[in-house]
Design a protein around this ligand. Structure first.
Ligand SMILES: C[S@@+](CC[C@H](N)C(=O)[O-])C[C@H]1O[C@@H](n2cnc3c(N)ncnc32)[C@H](O)[C@@H]1O
Length: 196
């Protein structure tokens, strides 16, 4: 398997091999953001890539949006897209998610969990837990399928994720998304996981 380091991901962007990128925010996350009231929530988007969620949040008046990705090209692309927004409202961090420290109310999951080596999943859970404030939550999408090839993306099942998260998070919601984009219909879970 390839080493899934910053060079690997950066080269995927440089070579136009970013097939995961929907080109816009996913419909489930858009619907979720639309009903959020607190515009000053500290929101983290890890492994954000072209970060369509960040653009959508800023367009909709959110004031504390942090994006982390270790691929330089992704952040370069994003910087150009954010020139019209108040720079006090967003933070772009080029770093490894697992090295990042901070305190957030909400972490948005969109095709990041499935991009990391499965052996790091427990680290993801523990690190997300550390990064969240009291009552903080992970909200987003996780694949509910096993891919017939070596990842990324790496899939999984609801049962596996319940086992993985339950020690550190209350599973408020983990159900098949009802409003997925067409190519992902029936293959992803919408999750709301509250920090214990
Ligand atoms: C499959 S892409 C998804 C990008 C974006 N969320 C989307 O849905 O278009 C995974 C992203 O995670 C980033 N990534 C992978 N491992 C990372 C890590 N340990 N720290 C920071 N970024 C990471 C990659 O550079 C890539 O941009």
């Amino acid at each position: 398997m390839s080493v899934l380091d910053a060079d690997y991901w950066n080269n995927r962007y440089l070579n136009g091999q970013a097939g995961w990128d929907l080109g816009e925010i996913s419909t489930p996350l858009k619907a979720y953001i639309n009903q959020l009231q607190k515009k000053d929530f500290a929101i983290l988007i890890p492994g954000a890539g072209n970060a369509h969620e960040a653009v959508y949040l800023l367009e909709n008046g959110f004031k504390n949006v942090t994006v982390i990705d270790f691929a330089q090209k992704a952040l370069d692309n994003l910087r150009l897209k954010l020139t019209s927004f108040d720079s006090q409202h967003f933070h772009l961090i080029q770093d490894d998610f697992f090295n990042h420290h901070g305190e957030y109310d909400l972490m948005m999951e969109q095709t990041f969990f499935c991009a990391i080596d499965p052996f790091r999943r427990t680290d993801y859970v523990k690190h997300a837990h550390q990064l969240l404030a009291k009552d903080g939550k992970i909200v987003g999408l996780m694949f509910n399928k096993i891919f017939p090839f070596e990842g990324p993306p790496f899939g999984g099942s609801k049962e596996e994720y319940e086992q993985l998260f339950q020690a550190h998070f209350k599973i408020e919601l983990m159900e098949e998304a009802h409003n997925s984009v067409l190519p992902r219909q029936g293959s992803e879970l919408f999750v709301k996981l509250i920090k214990k």
